[in-house]
Design a binder for this molecule. Structure first.
Ligand code: DOR
Length: 427
């Protein structure tokens, strides 16, 4: 079975390609870029996708997703999370270990990968925990999880508070050339905070999480990475201070990379409005100055990748007082149109935006994805950057609906998602 994607604007930053052309997919891989297409169009074994006026890019790679399985299948399953990813143009997703049981040993990793192989429709790469049970005390079975298929380690959601434990993790991972992925937060400084500490939290009477809570940990982790020589990846950057610290560390040659979520580059803490729990996540939405610094960081390359932190929660869990609601919002199905706002607003070129969703995140975790090179697995997204859409959470493929973008009018629509040469989503 072959697929011909015809006449689209092929943008593949991994090869520096931006040209109108055709792509032939055969046996699950990118076979060629044929100059003429007649021969294939006449072949009944070739499915033709007319991509005229559309963008054809590598499938997107999201290095920060919560799939919830095992343990929290009422929020999301590996299957529903993969379907959500495919609908958003993502062909590879990386799932965080805060499941139940925590992915802190090879048998959980193997379970996730088995489920992903049998029920998943996109490529799934697990992240193992840094510490047993994400308790921050004893290192998890990092070597065994690596052997089983983990591509990095993180205690996402439960930051490692003990610097010595972090040091040991950073020393240990170097044997496997995987990064330590830091949810940078000082839990003591965050205290009982539920949103950004500032004017809005004061007006609403909610306990705040200061920017310093993130900055302190980014600073500590960069310092420990410098000490150990480890590769450090900073998750969901939300503050101007983090951007400044990461920029300076990169300049010094520290092996640090960073991601930012669409909600942190689009929204500020004003979005909490009247206690909207769909605007509650960790790190929280920050102020204008932070958002502006993030935009500069995206532009100057301090922030390498866009990742969603897709964090599904059930409607019941979110329909409670703001203080009691869990942190997190879904993101896979709104990432493309929200990222395209960066292009519309002149922050990034379309090529830069695609790079931050494809080859850049893939490179951070050595996934070998995010490319349309001849011979590579045919993971492709075909999308319309102009089409106006209205975000409708009822139409999400995710089990969860917790998005602050419901009802937003945006531009950008995924038409086809292809994984290993198979169409896994079509609009
Ligand atoms: O908002 C968040 N949700 N931040 C985290 O760190 C964890 C995540 C979750 O698992 O729901």
């Amino acid at each position: 079975m072959s697929i011909l994607i015809k006449g689209g604007r092929i943008i593949d930053p991994s090869q520096g390609i931006d040209e109108t052309g055709n792509i032939l997919i055969e046996d699950g891989v990118v076979k060629s870029y044929p100059k003429t297409t007649k021969k294939f169009e006449k072949d009944p074994d070739v499915t033709v996708i007319n991509a005229k006026g559309k963008v054809v890019s590598p499938g997107f790679v999201d290095i920060h997703v919560h799939l919830r399985e095992p343990g929290f299948e009422h929020k999301e399953t590996i299957r529903s999370g993969c379907e959500s990813a495919a609908a958003g143009g993502f062909t590879s997703i990386v799932c965080m270990p805060n499941t139940n049981p925590v992915n802190d040993n090879a048998s959980v990793t193997e379970y996730i990968l088995l489920k992903a192989r049998t029920e998943g429709i996109v490529n799934v790469f697990p992240i193992g925990a840094i510490t047993k049970g994400e308790m921050g005390e004893t290192l998890a079975q990092i070597g065994e999880m690596y052997e089983a298929g983990c591509v990095g380690v993180s205690d996402d959601g439960m930051p490692v508070m003990n610097a010595k434990v972090m040091r040991h993790a950073m020393e240990y991972v170097q044997a496997f050339d995987i990064p330590v992925i830091s949810h940078a937060e000082d839990k003591d400084l965050s205290g009982a905070g539920v949103m950004n500490e500032g004017v809005v939290s004061t007006e609403l009477g909610l306990a705040g999480i200061p920017c310093a809570s993130e900055d302190v940990m980014v600073s500590r982790d960069i310092t420990v990475a410098e000490l150990t020589g480890a590769r450090l990846h900073i998750c969901h950057v939300s503050t101007a201070g983090s951007v400044r610290l990461i920029r300076a560390a990169k300049k010094r040659g520290v092996k640090v990379t960073a991601e930012v979520t669409p909600h942190h580059f689009i929204l500020t803490d004003e979005a909490v409005g009247q206690y909207d729990t769909n605007a509650k996540m960790n790190p929280p939405l920050r102020g204008d100055k932070d958002r502006e610094a993030i935009l500069v960081g995206l532009k100057d390359g301090t922030l390498d990748a866009i990742a969603t932190d897709h964090a599904p929660h059930s409607e019941d869990e979110k329909k409670v007082e703001f203080d009691l609601a869990p942190f997190g919002i879904v993101g896979l199905e709104t990432a493309l149109p929200l990222s395209l706002k960066l292009v519309q607003d002149g922050v990034l070129t379309i090529n830069q935006m695609i790079s931050k969703l494809t080859d850049a995140p893939s490179g951070i975790l050595n996934l070998n994805k995010g490319t349309l090179k001849i011979g590579a697995a045919a993971d492709v997204a075909v999308w319309d950057p102009e089409k106006e859409i209205t975000v409708d959470r009822e139409r999400f493929h995710s089990k969860a609906k917790n998005s602050p973008f419901h009802g937003w009018k945006l531009h950008g629509s995924v038409l086809y998602t292809i994984v290993n040469g198979e169409v896994v989503y079509s609009a």
